[in-house]
Design a protein around this ligand. Sequence first.
Ligand code: MIC
Ligand code: SF4
Length: 645
Amino acid sequence: MGLTLTEKILKAHVVDGEFVKGSEIGIRIDQTLTQDATGTMAYLEFEAMGVPRVKTERSVAYIDHNTLQSGFENADDHRFIGSCAKKHGIYFSRPGNGICHQVHLERFGAPGKTLIGSDSHTPTGGGIGMIAIGAGGLDVAVAMGGGAYYITYPKIVKVELTGKLSPWVSAKDVILEVLKRLSVKGGVGKVIEYCGEGVKTLSVPERATITNMGAELGATTSIFPSDEITRQFLKAQKREDVYVPLSADEDAEYDEIVEINLSELVPLAACPHSPDNVKSMAELGEMKIDQVCIGSCTNSSLMDMMKVAHILKGKTVHPDVSLSIAPGSKQVLNMLAQNGALAILIDAGARILESACGPCIGMGQSPNSKGVSLRTFNRNFEGRSGTKDGQVYLVSPETAAISAVTGVLTDPRTIESTFEFTMPEEFVINDNMIALPAPEEEMDKVEILRGPNIKPFPETAPLADTIDCGCSLKVGDNITTDHIMPAGAKILPLRSNIPAISNFCFTVCDEKFPVRAKEMGKSIIVGGSNYGQGSSREHAALAPLYLGVKAVLVKSFARIHRANLINAGILPLTFVNESDYDLISQGDELVIADVRAAVESGKTELTVTNKTTGKDIPVLCELSGRTKDIMLAGGLLDYTRESLK
Ligand code: MIC
Ligand code: SF4
C-alpha cells in the first residue's frame, strides 16, 4: 500500500514511537518559528533549558503581533527577543518585515521539511508541501533545543479538488466551504491533504490561504503537494534550490475523503462568532457594513493585494465605511509600491497599516459599537476585534474590496471586469530586515536585554497525591483561547508577565474569575466540547496555572490547548459520559482521590467525586508514557530539566 504525502514526510522524520495510526510519535523538527506575543515566553523557556545554541536547521523569531507599542512593554519584548535570537543562533525578523507566516513562506519554508511554530497558523507552510504545525511556546523551545515534537499519528483526510474557481471566487471560499462541511472541530486529530486535478489551478498563495485557515478546523495541519507551481514560486523567491517534488502515492489510503468541485463554489462568509458559521452571499443579502479590514496571515499576499487594487482602482471607499489594508510583508508592500498599486489603494481612501497582524488580534481598528466588520482574516470569535458587540464576518479579499466601495455586503461576481493575476517571475528580494545571529565564537559576548515587564515562568509543582478543591468556573462548548486568555491592545503587552496577565483570564466569560480563583487557592475548571480551540497561546494554560487551576474537566479538548495544559502541569480530563457535565455546578467541591498513584500506574479511568452532591463521575485521563511523565514532573519544563540532568 502506498503512502499519503503526510505519511511520507512524517516517516522521514519520526524519531520516537511506533509509526502506526493513533499512537504517539516524536518527529524531528527542521525549522521553528516564533512570534513576539508567544516568543518572550518561548525564549525564557529556552533559556531555562540551558541549551546554548539552537539545534534546528533554521529557527526564526518574528516580531509582528505587538507592534502598537503604546508603552515600553512591547518594545522591551522586541529587544529581548532580538538579543536572544542573536545569542542563540536564531534569525530575527525585525518589526516591519511582516507577518511571520507570510514571511516564512516567502523566505524560509521548504517542501518536505518539518516546521513547528508558536502560532496556530503555522500550517500556512503546508502551501508549499511542508508539515508545518502550530504548538505551544514550550514545545517550540524544546524543538529549538533539538528535542522531538510529539503528535498523535493523525488520521488523514483527502480533499479531492476538481474543476477551477470561477472568476471572483477565491481560495478563501474553498476553505470556508471546507469549514462549512467539517466544522471547527471536524479536523481534530487529522491532517487535511489536498489532492486532485484542481490543485494545479491554485497558486502558492492560494494554497497557503487554504492551509492557513485549516487551523480553524482544529486540524493538526493541512498540506498541498509540492509541484511545478511550487517550484516556480520558490524560483521567483530565488530559492529554487530547496525545491523537491512531493505528492502522495497513487494507491495511498485515506481515512476520509471530501470532494470539492472548485467550479461549483460561490463566494461565502463566516458569520459571527465562529469561522464555521458559513453562509452564501444570497443567504445574507445586502447587509449594511461599517468597516472592512484586508490583511492577516490568511489573505495578505501580493496576489490578494493586486486583486483588491484592481477592484478599488478609480473608486472611493463608501462614506459610511472605514477600510484598512495591511499588506502581509515588506516584500508585498514594496512590490505594491513599485508597481503603483499602493497609490491606487491610497487614492481610493484605504487606511494603509504596517505589515503586521494589526486588527486581526485586536491591535487597533476595533469596529464601532455593534459595528459590522468584513475581514479577510481567519477568526471572528466574540470580542476578538476589541469591540465586544462587534459583528465580524470573514470573507475573501474580493468580497471585502467590492463591499468597501458599495457600503453593503456585495457578491464580487457582480464586478463587471475580469482580472487574471500572473505570479511574478521574480519577487523583490531584500532580506535586510532579517538580522543574522552572532557567529558561534561571539555568542557568549551577546548580552540578553531584559525589560522590567519580563517576569519568570510561573511556579510549578509535581502532580499532587490527591486533588481536592472547588469548581471555580463552568463554561459551555467551543470555548476559545481568546475567551480563556483574551488578547487585544490592552492585554497583549502583558504576555511576558504572567502574574499581571492572569488578572484578565476568562474575564470575557466571567469578570470575577481571576479574583475568585485566587481566593480559592486551587480549583478545577469544567467545560464543554472543543475546549481551548483557536490560538496556540500557552498563556491560556499558564494564567490558569498561576491562578491555581489543577485540572480541567471537559467533554473534549482542542489539540494545542490540551498539550499546553499538560506542558503547564494541569491535568486534562474528559467525561466518560458527556451528559455527566450536568452533574457539576460552579462552586461544587470536587475530589480526585489518589490521582498521582493512578496516573503513575497508567490508569486511564479515574473518578471525580462531587462532594457537594455525593455523586461519583467517571472521567478519562489519557496520558501516554511521555505525557504521563510530564504530568508527574509538574510540566514540560521540569520534565525537560530532569531529563537533561
Ligand atoms: C491568533 O491568531 O490568535 C494568534 C494571536 O496569532 C495566536 C498566537 C497568540 O496568541 O499569540 C495563535 O494563533 O496561535
Ligand atoms: Fe497574526 Fe492574525 Fe495570523 Fe494570528 S491569525 S498570526 S494574529 S495575522
